[in-house]
Design a protein around this ligand. Structure first.
Ligand code: PGA
Length: 244
């Protein structure tokens, strides 16, 4: 695990965008695993700026997002499909047919998860997976659990995640209780992983991920076992590390 600490979140995001851009420059037909949440927003802004300047050509890239809320369709303002469309896909020229997000309206979620993993495998696995981390150490929607998950699956969201993500939903609006997510095994098959964590709220999870034992109760700790994982932190997210 290669850990880089930056003075602020903006620089950590710029570094992540550089790694993603480098991947695409090296391999224009890269298969990218993408993430939602607050952390990736400045990364996507940076990628959009690079593409607009002509420094980055995303036209041959294929993308697979980590997760989607169950029961939210593409038009729902809080669906991850909508999030990705608004914050990245509408502003870069990745062909729509190359964009993949689990279908939150799938009638058979288990079948949708099988289909999703099979599609990633058929694409040759992810060249680079971008990750954030939850305050509880989740990656994707892989919540703390007794064992690491293997394949994509339908997960019940933890109380902490429901609390943390409430801010994205209108006050009083119902919030999904389940999501489809790539499993830990699916994520670990990515050839390269770039995890970005910013803000003091992530400091304890970051410490557990880097310094703690590999433990399914802190799902991100599995990244210690990945061959090519890069962790980009701002100073606040790195503040609980004992070794720097
Ligand atoms: P955040 O979420 O980027 O909104 O903090 C990260 C995550 O839960 O994986």
């Amino acid at each position: 695990m290669n850990v880089c600490i930056y003075p602020n979140a903006e620089l950590a995001a710029a570094a992540a965008a550089i790694l993603i851009a480098g991947q695409v420059i090296d391999k224009p037909r890269s298969v990218l695993g993408l993430a939602t949440g607050s952390t990736p927003l400045p990364i996507y802004r940076e990628l959009i700026a690079m593409a607009r300047r002509g420094a980055l050509d995303l036209r041959q890239v294929t993308t697979y997002n980590l997760d989607e809320y169950m029961g939210l369709g593409p038009d729902h303002p809080c669906s991850y499909r909508r999030f990705m469309w608004e914050n990245l896909f509408s502003q870069v020229d990745i062909p729509a047919g190359n964009i993949h997000i689990p279908d939150g309206l799938a009638r058979d979620p288990a079948e949708e998860c099988r289909r999703y993993d099979a599609a990633i495998a058929a694409a040759g696995q992810l060249d680079l997976q971008l990750l954030g981390i939850g305050a509880n150490g989740h990656i994707g929607f892989n919540e703390p659990a007794e064992r690491f998950t293997t394949h994509s699956y339908c997960v019940a969201l933890s109380a902490q995640t429901l609390r943390d993500n409430r801010r994205f939903f209108e006050e009083g609006a119902p919030m999904p209780t389940h999501a489809l997510t790539m499993g830990i095994g699916s994520i670990m098959q990515a050839k390269r992983i770039v995890l970005v964590a910013t803000g003091a709220g992530k400091a304890q999870a970051v410490r557990g991920m880097i310094e703690g034992p590999v433990d399914p109760m802190l799902p991100a700790s599995i990244l210690q076992m990945h061959r090519h994982a890069t962790v980009l932190l701002d100073a606040a997210a790195a503040s609980a590390l004992t070794v720097r």
